[in-house]
Design a protein around this ligand. Structure first.
Ligand code: MN
Length: 202
């Protein structure tokens, strides 16, 4: 398994004006690359673990030796979380989900607006660095919550289908301390087709 930086499915400037090109470039080439490099460094010499996908490793974290487990949680989390993040955004995104996801979302949250409010509030109130998530479990039950640092929902047996990075490195250049403005803008670039696909694949 080659652990390399995945290509973005769009250009760095494609998410303007909501997410600026400079933030995207640094976030992808420096931050995401850094997590991948440190993940590989943490697993150096552990060939049987390196053959697995990072998602499989995080889903079965007890198999990772204790002395390197926290490094794998941090850097493997950063590796996997960002790989998902790029995929669930696109230029001219936004709108609402369709199909089965829309149905279950309405059953769970009553309406798209209520889901959106819950997610935004979760992202806003995450203290310090972390992520807001829409996750599904093996029964396809949806939940919204946040995690600190780079902790992946995979660690709890949940599959993330939508994630929002609320580390300051994700928004500080354009939004400074105004996390709420970043969150509000971000809804315009959500790729609901992709999120729906991830849900359908479960
Ligand atoms: Mn990030």
């Amino acid at each position: 398994m080659k652990h390399t930086l995945p290509k973005l499915p769009y250009d760095y400037e494609a998410l303007e004006p909501y997410i600026d090109a400079e933030t995207m470039r640094i976030h992808h080439t420096k931050h995401h690359q850094g997590y991948i490099d440190k993940y590989k460094a943490a697993l150096e010499g552990k060939d049987e673990l390196l053959t697995k996908s990072v998602e499989d490793i995080l889903s079965d974290i007890q198999k990772v030796p204790k002395e390197i487990r926290q490094a794998v949680i941090n850097n493997g989390g950063g590796y996997a979380n960002h790989a998902l993040f790029w995929q669930v955004m696109k230029p001219n995104g936004g709108g609402v989900p369709k199909g089965k996801l829309q149905e279950i979302m309405h059953d769970t949250f009553k309406s798209f607006e209520e889901f959106k409010n819950a997610f935004s509030e979760t992202a806003l109130s995450q203290f310090g660095s972390g992520w807001a998530w829409l996750v599904a479990d093996d029964k396809k039950t949806l939940q919204v919550y946040s995690t600190s640092n780079q902790d992946s929902p995979l660690l709890k047996g949940h599959t993330p289908i939508l994630g929002l990075d609320v580390w300051e490195h994700a928004y500080y250049l354009k939004y400074q301390n105004k996390r709420a403005d970043y969150i509000e803008a971000w809804w315009n670039v959500v790729n609901w087709e992709k999120v729906g696909e991830l849900f359908d694949e479960l």
